[in-house]
Each structure stands twice: as structure tokens, then as C-alpha cells.
Design a protein around this ligand. Structure first.
Ligand code: ZN
Length: 156
């Protein structure tokens, strides 16, 4: 994945994907019997997401999110849940780093490229630096979710 400027066609395609996920978010719910939970806030834009996941047998058996925010933050969370279901937590962590890379115009690690195919639309935010936080917010929440572990379910 390169950091070249996006063509008009690609920009239009990326916008359509973001709008679709923003309007019809996938996995917008709370995971039943989740093993971890974390919240992310982006005060710059007013985005708030709560990620819940169930890690079972070394894989993310289920992952979902709830929240309020701009189309980019919601789309990013929606795409994240689709990309990570069934993946080992280790891959999820690496993918979170890779998404940050593509959102800030850096090249992501080649190892992650197959996973990034469906997330490429998020790289469109690199042309709008103030929106980078919107796109990376759900992924940061995911990282805290995985770090929190089961203890987070006892919270409040
Ligand atoms: Zn936002």
C-alpha cells in the first residue's frame, strides 16, 4: 500500500464504502458474554465507541460495537468488526497498527496487506488529517479492550 494521492475514482469508491458502513453499521450491538470491553472517545469530533469482544480458544469469536459519531468513526468500527471476527488477538493488534499506518499515509507491513484489502477505504482519511482520529478511534478502543481482558467485564 503506497501513499500516493488517490485517484478520483478511488476516492469516490472509498467514500461510497464509508457512507455505506456509516449508514448501515455491521455488528452494532453488545457481544453477549463478552470477555472484554473498552470505550473510546474522540472529543475533537464527538465520536464515542464502545467495543465488546469475546475471545475464545485463541480467536476473537465475536466482536461488536456501539456508539455515536461521524460516518468515518462508525464506518471504521463497522469494518473493524467484520475484519476481526475469527482472527487471533495477535492479528487484531497488528492490524490496528497497520490501519494507523495507512490512515497516516505510511506503508503498512506487507504481512498485513491481505487483511487490509477490505479496510483500504479508511486510507482516504490521510488527506484529511483532522479525521485520522475518527478512523483510528475504534481500533484504539479495540487495543484497550484486548489489554483489559476479562477484568473489564466487572467494571460498573
Ligand atoms: Zn469523527
Amino acid at each position: 500500500m503506497t501513499a500516493e494521492p488517490l485517484s478520483d475514482d478511488l476516492r469516490t469508491l472509498y467514500q461510497e464504502i464509508i457512507l455505506d458502513h456509516g449508514k448501515h453499521p455491521r455488528n452494532f450491538r453488545v457481544v453477549q458474554h463478552h470477555t472484554c470491553k473498552a470505550q473510546g472517545n474522540n472529543p475533537m469530533c464527538g465520536d464515542r465507541v464502545t467495543v465488546t469482544a469475546k475471545v475464545d480458544g485463541g480467536a476473537i469469536a465475536d466482536i461488536a460495537f456501539e456508539g455515536k459519531g461521524c460516518a468515518i468513526s462508525i464506518a471504521s468500527a463497522s469494518m473493524m468488526t467484520e475484519a476481526l471476527k475469527g482472527q487471533p488477538p495477535e492479528t487484531a493488534r497488528k492490524l490496528a497498527d497497520a490501519v494507523k499506518d495507512i490512515c497516516t499515509g505510511k506503508a503498512a507491513s506487507p504481512e498485513m496487506e491481505p487483511h487490509l484489502e477490505k479496510l483500504a477505504a479508511l486510507s482516504g482519511v490521510r488527506q484529511f488529517p483532522v479525521r485520522v482520529k475518527c478512523a483510528t478511534l475504534p481500533w484504539q478502543a479495540l487495543l484497550s479492550c484486548l489489554d483489559n481482558g476479562p477484568s473489564a467485564t466487572t467494571e460498573k
